[in-house]
Design a protein around this ligand. Structure first.
Ligand SMILES: *Cc1c(COP(=O)(O)O)cnc(C)c1O
Length: 399
């Protein structure tokens, strides 16, 4: 018998294109309930007045859900604009055939990038006169108006025109012939904090500053300019944050941005993270599990080895802190999470087999594990959990 490693040529004709048939659910995967996106958008929109538009924020590959899928179903739910972070994210959506207006929320500052943005019908966020002039020159060169949004800093100290200089600069910008100011916006720094409804909070202060500025530039006289300020938290706080449009990410994916929020919304998480059991072993009492022996069995223990690890985006600092669900029961994860695998104590189960599916995030029966739980345990925020998932995890559309 020859060894497979030798140079002997085998005949694999029996298995044509075998590799193409690898099941998306062979190892670990993300399931996206697209209908949940649609109904979340519809519900959220019901909180807006009729003329207020909904921008679906689909940056970071739709918060890990697949930007193309999310865009499609957010639009079905009534989103009329899309928000991305980068030029490439915008180009990708256009190449998928998305027709709605797309705003790039990050900064473009070279002529080349702004030309690409213009060519692909993507609106840049503009934070300076210099960028405005480049856009005006590009518009002029093509004999067209370059559509863009102006951003003002009201307390985030990230992007945006300097607050105290904006009114003076706007007086010049508004006479630029080859740009079309489609929007003026700002961004809240602390809307998800407990005190946001307190009149002295940063959030209320930002809103007041923004309104003050709009009064000074007398923007109401130009109804075509969309005014927007709110992210998910801002939108859910109060109508006074809505203006002409809201830019919603997190809550469209089914999560409340602040836990104390009392609303009658029934947001539905769109994402589930699932994994196959790749191996099962039984260890004696007193045996250590995984790198560093951070878990030692206190009884004879049956372990399931799951095919998912931190290289898939499960934070390593969740080791020994999370559970997974199978058939409406929780099972604790034990030992350090490794790059490609993690272990789960399934001593109490007779039904879990090699090839069984377990749920890391999402629901099974009446049990649920949310990215909010993971965020609390790993000392971060659900936004970071959602956009940590790597390309190695296939995304599977359900319903
Ligand atoms: C990401 C982002 C949003 C969406 O924030 P959520 O809290 O996820 O709703 C809105 N506006 C800007 C400028 C953003 O960068």
């Amino acid at each position: 018998m020859q060894n497979r490693q030798s140079n002997h040529v085998f005949n694999f004709d029996k298995f044509p294109n075998f590799e193409k048939d690898i099941d998306l659910k062979q190892r670990a995967w993300i399931e996206v309930k697209v209908k949940a996106i649609e109904t979340n958008v519809r519900q959220l929109r019901s909180k807006l007045s009729k003329n207020c538009q909904f921008m679906a924020v689909v940056k970071a590959d739709g918060y890990g859900h697949d930007a193309k899928l999310v865009s499609e179903y957010a639009i079905k739910g009534g989103a009329s604009q899309l928000g991305v972070a980068t030029l490439n994210e915008g180009i990708k959506l256009r190449s998928c055939g998305v027709k709605k207006p797309i705003l790039i929320l990050g900064n473009l500052y070279t002529k080349k990038d702004l030309i690409i943005s213009f060519k692909n019908n993507l609106m840049p966020t503009i934070s300076s006169i210099r960028e405005c002039l480049i856009c005006n020159n590009i518009g002029n060169h093509f004999g067209l108006k370059f559509p863009l949004h102006l951003k003002v800093d009201t307390g985030m100290s990230r992007l945006g025109f300097e607050y105290n200089k904006f009114v003076r600069q706007y007086e010049k910008i508004k006479f630029f012939d080859n740009i079309s100011i489609e929007g003026i916006f700002s961004h809240l720094s602390s809307a998800d904090e407990l005190n946001s409804l307190d009149p002295k909070s940063n959030t209320q202060l930002q809103r007041q500053k923004f309104e003050e500025l709009l009064k000074q530039i007398n923007v109401d006289s130009n109804k075509n300019i969309k005014i927007h300020l709110a992210n998910s938290a801002g939108m859910l706080l109060d109508k006074s944050f809505h203006f002409h449009m809201v830019r919603v990410g997190l809550s469209m994916y089914g999560y409340k941005p602040m836990l104390n929020l009392s609303t009658n919304l029934k947001l539905k998480p769109a994402l589930s993270l699932k994994v196959k059991v790749a191996f099962i072993r039984t260890i004696d009492k007193g045996v250590s599990v995984s790198y560093g022996g951070k878990f030692v069995s206190h009884r004879k223990t049956k372990l399931a080895v799951l095919s998912i690890g931190y290289a898939d985006g499960v934070p390593r600092n969740l080791s020994n802190k999370i559970s997974v669900i199978h058939n409406n029961k929780f099972y604790p994860q034990v030992g350090s999470i490794t790059m490609d695998q993690m272990m789960v104590d399934i001593t109490d189960s007779n039904e879990i087999k090699v090839g069984s599916t377990m749920v890391l995030l999402g629901s099974d029966g009446d049990k649920t594990i949310s990215p909010i739980d993971w965020a609390r345990e790993s000392n971060t925020i659900p936004w970071e959990i959602l956009c940590s998932f790597k390309n190695r995890l296939p995304k599977v559309q359900v319903d």
